[in-house]
Write a protein that binds this ligand. Structure first.
Ligand SMILES: [Zn+2]
Length: 80
């Protein structure tokens, strides 16, 4: 028995957001990296596997749709 590791290409897109903390009003910066993998299971609406360009767009779309929570973790605790 052999174990074969298949490495699929991964597209990454970093999103940055700046906004006020709803509790204390100070500006908060949030960054997050979104990933999309090109693999046989990642298909478009017609069932065709996505090419790498489409996978990059997919990662970017995820990043654009991201709505971060600007609440500081300390502020969230204090407001409970
Ligand atoms: Zn805060």
């Amino acid at each position: 028995m052999s174990i074969r590791t298949v490495r699929f290409p991964v597209a990454k897109h970093q999103a940055r957001r700046k906004g006020p903390c709803p509790v204390c009003g100070k500006t908060v910066n949030r960054t997050r990296v979104f990933e999309s993998t090109q693999n046989p299971f990642n298909k478009d609406a017609d069932g065709n596997p996505l090419d790498f360009m489409s996978v990059m767009l997919q990662a970017r779309l995820k990043a654009e749709l991201w709505e971060p929570d600007f609440t500081h973790s300390k502020c969230a605790e204090a407001s409970l």
